[in-house]
Design a protein around this ligand. Structure first.
Ligand code: CP
Ligand code: NVA
Length: 342
C-alpha cells in the first residue's frame, strides 16, 4: 500500500533487484552481451497481472505493461470504462473476482480506502499504483535514481563505464542527504515522509499553513509510528525548507481529482515555484539537484530548473520501469515480500 509496509532492508532488496534487472536489459549497462534478457528469470510466465486504473497514467502504466512482458507475463489493462467496478459491481466483489482470475493486481485508485478494500478481498497480492494518500512505486524509482547518481552528491568520480564488463554491479551506496520538498502534501511526499528518514536522510518540507496542505492524520500516524518525525522539519516558508538541501523535490499543486480547486490552489501556492533564485536565496547547497514525479506544470518549477543540469526528472521516469519490474518479480512472480506487521 505504501513503502511504510516495507522494512529498510526490504526496500534495499527491491532496489538491488531493480538495478540488476536494468543491467540485464540495457546493452550499455554492461552484462547484457553475456547475459541476455532470458537470464532475468521469467517469473511471470503464464501469469496475468491486472492493471486496475481508475485514473490516467503514462509512466506507471507503460512501466507495468512492459515490465510484465519482459518477465514473461501478460498485463491486462482495465480502465474505469472497461469493467463493472464502480458502476455495477462493488470494490469488494471486484477484488475477489479479479484476484481469482489473475495472479496479481496493480491498482491506481481515487480514495485510498478503495485499494485497502481491494487488498482485503483479493486472494492475490495487490500493489498500489497511486492512491489519494500514497505513491510508493514513485519513491522507489527516485531512490534508484539517487543511488545511481550518488557520485553527484559525494563529489567523487562517476563510476567507470561498464565497457566489456560482464559481472553484475551492485547498487552504488548513497550518503545521507538533506532533501527538501516544496509544494502540496500529496501522495508522493507522503511516501517520502515514511521512507527517507528510515534510510538516514533528513527531510525539510514547505507547504501553506492550511491543514489541507499538511499530511493527513493516517499519514502522520505512520510517520510517527516509524519514528520518522524526528528527521522532518515542516515550515510554510519555501526558502527555509531548501536551506542546506542537496536535493529539491516538488509535485503538481493540483493532483488528479482536485481540478475543481485549481483557482484556489494556484493562489495558495504563490511563492512556492522552484527556481534558481528561490534556492539561492534559501541557501540550498551549491550543487543541489532537482526531482519531480511528472507530469509537470510550469507553475511548480520553471523551465530553467526543469530542463537544466540540476534536473533528474527523466532519469526518474526511466527508473519507474525497473523498480516496478522488480516489485512485480518479487511480489507477483516469486511472492517474496511478506507483509511486515506494524
Ligand atoms: N509519475 C507518475 O506516476 O506518472 P503517471 O501518472 O504518468 O503514471
Ligand atoms: N500527486 C500527483 C502525482 C501524479 C503522478 C497526483 O496524484 O496527481
Amino acid at each position: 500500500m505504501t513503502l511504510a509496509d516495507l522494512s529498510p532492508s526490504q526496500i534495499d532488496r527491491v532496489l538491488a533487484r531493480a538495478y540488476h534487472l536494468k543491467q540485464y536489459t540495457l546493452p550499455w549497462m554492461g552484462p547484457w552481451q553475456k547475459r541476455p534478457l532470458h537470464a532475468v528469470g521469467q517469473t511471470l510466465r503464464f501469469k496475468t497481472i491486472a492493471l486496475l486504473f481508475s485514473k490516467r497514467s503514462t509512466r506507471t502504466r507503460i512501466s507495468a505493461e512492459t515490465a510484465a512482458l519482459m518477465l514473461g507475463g501478460q498485463a491486462l489493462f482495465l480502465g474505469k470504462e472497461d469493467i463493472q467496478l464502480g458502476v455495477n459491481e462493488s470494490v469488494r466483489d471486484s477484488g475477489r473476482v479479479i484476484g481469482g482470475l489473475c495472479q496479481g493486481i496493480f491498482a491506481r485508485v481515487g480514495e485510498h480506502e478503495e485499494i485497502e478494500e481491494l487488498a482485503k478481498y483479493s486472494p492475490v497480492p495487490v500493489l498500489n499504483a497511486l492512491s489519494s494518500l500514497w505513491h510508493p512505486t514513485q519513491v522507489l524509482a527516485d531512490l534508484l535514481t539517487l543511488h545511481e547518481q550518488a557520485h553527484l552528491f559525494s563529489g567523487s568520480e562517476p563510476p567507470p563505464p561498464p565497457n566489456g564488463q560482464t559481472e553484475l554491479r551492485s547498487l552504488p551506496k548513497l550518503q545521507p542527504l538533506t532533501i527538501a520538498y516544496v509544494g502540496d502534501s500529496a501522495n508522493v511526499l507522503h511516501d517520502m515522509l515514511v521512507t527517507y528518514p528510515r534510510l538516514g536522510h533528513k527531510l525539510r518540507v514547505a507547504s501553506p499553513e492550511n491543514a489541507k496542505y499538511r499530511a493527513p492524520k493516517p499519514v502522520w500516524d505512520k510517520v510517527v509510528k516509524l519514528q520518522c518525525d524526528k528527521d522532518i522539519v515542516w515550515t510554510a516558508d519555501p526558502k527555509e525548507a531548501v536551506n542546506g538541501a542537496d536535493l529539491v523535490v516538488t509535485d503538481t499543486w493540483i493532483s488528479m481529482g482536485q481540478e475543481a480547486e485549481k483557482e484556489q490552489r494556484l493562489k495558495d501556492f504563490q511563492g512556492y515555484q522552484i527556481t534558481e533564485q528561490l534556492c539561492r536565496e534559501g541557501g540550498a547547497k551549491e550543487n543541489w539537484k532537482f526531482m519531480h514525479c511528472l507530469p509537470r506544470k510550469p507553475d511548480e518549477v520553471d523551465d530553467e530548473v526543469f530542463y537544466g543540469p540540476r534536473s533528474m526528472v527523466f532519469e526518474e521516469s526511466d527508473n519507474r520501469k525497473w523498480t516496478i519490474m522488480a516489485l512485480f518479480d518479487l511480489l507477483f512472480g516469486q511472492w517474496l515480500i511478506p507483509k511486515v506487521k506494524q
